[in-house]
Design a protein around this ligand. Structure first.
Ligand SMILES: [Zn+2]
Length: 451
């Protein structure tokens, strides 16, 4: 075949994969779709289960074998018995009023990669599995819930956490699965399976603007951010706004202390960034969250004619270095206490989350992803992931035969928007990602000895 014919054949295959991908997203949009065009597929709800069941039936229609683990993660395998395997995975849950592509892009790309591999299954010396992790998003005040359960590294207390009036324990039971694996930190994947994993790949939308601005088809991820999240509560004193003189001698003004704290910790962040540290710091919520209000109802005592007696804000610090996050967070908390004291306000700080980062993804897999993208003619660039992903849990899982090598691929998403109804990724980009996944899964499976 001459080169242009080969090119034609490749682009035809890509086109049909892109069409199938578009069709999957049309179907998924109907599962958890909200009147405002957003998607709510919350962990262990009927919507998440329905989306996973859809992927299972699609996979089974072209020869994959599907099964649920005891907690409800879906594993779909190419046919054949193997002692070793490579995995590709992502999630189908969303944040409340999120988008249709976060997580789902990776599942759909993995599904289509396995479709392209199914004819070669007999020749591959290792198995290839698609995993759909349950509950990756931050709901029930926890992330990575399904993948953590798979490897036995859950935080046990999360079963008591409530979302939408239902505890996580009840939500898991209602979907027909067994929360005791989380209770007892017992891996919901069996040990033999965990030790058989030779590599893990995950495709995800970038959730940033770099690939789109630089017009790249794909991104090769070098590191993944973790987080340290805090709720800071400031208690001052409610006083009459006209009758109480200005100044800290007379006022213990919570909102004013909050404002000064925010500018000071922003200056602190700027100085660290100028020093070369890569991280983000975000205050997402100030005095306006129904869940937090329930815990601190006196925030409703604030009014136009009062000195503020109660304030709170959330603080989110993200970086791929756990060491940096811990040291930097300690500095930030000291600055908060110091400033609160200056304003005669009591600061109470609760750490609400602390997911680890992955400082460096597997060098061999990174090289394979880059080589495959180059060879297939897809422009690509290396970049860090500012958001967390299940790949962190897989990459940090403890097992007797060492860490699982992990690689991640990003596809551009429109204007970088994510966790919102405007979230969109082009089927063509996801198809190119699926093609690279196919190539690298096959290459990892072929590199296994005595599979
Ligand atoms: Zn995601």
């Amino acid at each position: 075949m001459n080169p242009s014919r080969i090119q034609d054949r490749i682009s035809n295959e890509i086109l049909s994969t892109a069409d199938r991908i578009e069709n999957h997203f049309g179907r998924l949009a109907g599962i958890g779709g909200q009147p405002d065009g957003s998607i709510s597929r919350i962990a262990w709800t009927d919507e998440e289960s329905a989306a996973i069941a859809y992927v299972r039936s699609e996979g089974e229609s072209f020869g994959l074998e599907g099964r649920y683990d005891p907690i409800g993660n879906l594993v779909m395998s190419l046919p054949g018995m193997h002692r070793q395997r490579v995995l590709v995975g992502s999630h189908l849950d969303s944040v409340p009023h999120g988008g249709n592509y976060d997580g789902a892009a990776g599942v759909v790309a993995g599904l289509e990669a396995l479709r392209m591999l199914v004819d070669q299954a007999e020749e591959l010396p290792a198995g290839v599995d698609l995993v759909v992790w349950r509950g990756e998003e931050h709901t029930y005040n926890a992330v990575y819930k399904g993948s953590s359960a798979a490897f036995g590294c859950s935080e046990t207390h999360i079963l008591h956490n409530v979302y939408g009036g239902v505890s996580l324990r009840d939500a898991i039971v209602q979907q027909g699965f067994d929360p005791s694996y989380i209770d007892e930190c017992r891996p919901s994947f069996d040990d033999v399976y965990i030790e058989s994993i030779r590599g893990y790949l995950e495709l995800h939308i970038e959730q940033g603007v770099r690939l789109e601005r630089e017009r790249h088809d794909l991104g090769i991820v070098t590191s993944i951010a973790g987080d340290r999240r805090f709720l800071v509560v400031l208690e001052g004193r409610f006083d009459h706004s006209g009758a109480t003189p200005m100044g800290t001698t007379y006022r213990n003004d919570s909102n004013l202390a909050l404002a000064h704290i925010l500018t000071r910790i922003d200056a602190l962040a700027e100085s660290r960034r100028r020093g070369g540290e890569e991280f983000t710091q975000t205050v997402g919520i100030i005095n306006a969250d129904p869940e937090i209000d329930r815990k601190f109802p006196s925030v409703h005592g604030n009014s136009v004619t009062k000195v503020s007696g109660m304030a709170y804000f959330t603080l989110d610090i993200m970086s791929s270095s756990d060491e940096f996050m811990d040291a930097y967070a300690a500095e930030v908390l000291r600055e908060i206490w110091r400033t609160a004291k200056e304003f005669g306000v009591k600061a109470s700080i609760e750490q609400t989350d602390g997911a680890p980062g992955l400082g460096s993804l597997d060098a061999d897999i990174r090289a394979k992803l880059g080589d495959a993208a180059d060879r297939l003619g897809y422009s690509n660039a290396e970049l860090t992931s500012g958001a967390g992903h299940d790949a962190v849990v897989v990459g940090l899982a403890e097992r007797s035969n060492g860490r699982i090598p992990v690689g991640m691929l990003f596809v551009p998403c429109r204007k970088g928007i994510s966790h919102a109804r405007e979230e969109h990724a082009e089927p063509d980009h996801i198809a190119k990602g699926a093609d690279v996944l196919r190539d690298v899964l096959s290459s990892l499976a072929r590199s296994v000895e005595g599979g």
